[in-house]
Write a protein that binds this ligand. Structure first.
Ligand code: PMV
Length: 272
């Protein structure tokens, strides 16, 4: 059984699509994929669910040609059983985790060794089907299984003496990554100077956050998360519910809180 974790973005979402840096970390929620050798070809989520079954056959129709292109024609005869404890559309990297877990499952099935860089390359091709033109931060974090600095397709691990633990609150509203990226793009075209300034300010926070993490200054990390959230509000990707979740986390004593991922719903992370 192949496994891939989910992820949270600590700083830099949206700006990262435009070439600015981001910091992201894997979480202890995962997608599991198993190849069933004699099962009916397709992608099956367990436990079975009629709604998901229709969705998955559609999804498989979309990704099967890409899997064949990448791994050969025998792939279209495989049955993939998928289990996940990452809520879909929650900004926690469910599609990127599925992409990485599928690649790992195929290599495992073929008894082939898979390097981290090949995982990243193959998973990117699948992620493009889900998200159009992803920055790559999601599946790179998941393939690296650590806390990373991501900038223009490259990544490095961030040195962190004491692991940072975040509380994740997920709303019932699903974040549509593709729709949110399109909305930000429209905003950028309408008001390039303002949006560019927001991206630059977010990038500044991302650089400061790396320093704060490496020097183990948790209060600074928290304060930077909160600042980042205000900039994401200004970018138009937050919602009243996400704002409320951030506020209540701070009232409960969080050092900082922000939305994570594309926004428009999805999740909030809080550092205590
Ligand atoms: O898919 P999500 O919701 O985790 O968002 C990913 C982060 C974005 O910067 C919005 C998109 C991207 O490709 O980096």
């Amino acid at each position: 059984m192949a496994k891939a974790c989910g992820k949270i973005i600590l700083s830099g979402e949206h700006g990262v699509v435009y070439g600015y840096p981001a910091i992201a970390q894997c979480i202890d929620r995962s997608v599991f994929v198993k190849v069933i050798p004699r099962g009916e070809p397709g992608l099956y989520f367990e436990p079975p669910n009629v709604k998901l079954r229709t969705l998955n056959s559609e999804l498989f129709k979309q990704i099967a040609p890409k899997l064949v292109e990448l791994f050969g024609p025998e792939i279209s005869h495989l049955c993939f059983q998928v289990q996940s404890d990452i809520p879909p559309g929650s900004g926690l990297g469910s599609s990127a985790a599925l992409s990485v877990a599928l690649v790992r499952a195929i290599f495992e099935h073929n008894h082939e060794v898979l390097s981290q860089s090949d995982t990243v390359q193959y998973a990117l091709e699948l992620e493009k089907i889900f998200h159009g033109n992803p920055s790559g931060v999601d599946h790179t974090t998941i393939a690296a299984q650590s806390l990373i600095w991501f900038h223009q397709g490259r990544f490095e691990n961030i040195r962190c003496l004491n692991p940072l633990h975040f509380r994740i609150s997920t709303t019932a509203t699903q974040a549509g990554t593709r729709a949110l990226i399109t909305a930000v793009r429209r905003n950028f075209e309408k008001n390039p100077r303002h949006i560019q300034t927001l991206f630059e300010n977010i990038a500044c926070i991302t650089f400061q956050m790396r320093d704060a993490i490496e020097s183990n200054d948790r209060s600074a990390v928290g304060a930077l998360m909160t600042k980042n959230h205000f900039l994401l509000q200004d970018l138009g990707v937050s919602t009243p519910e996400l704002d409320r979740l951030c506020e209540s986390a701070k009232q409960e004593g969080a050092l900082g809180a922000k939305l994570t991922g594309a926004g428009g719903g999805g999740s909030v992370i809080a550092l205590f």
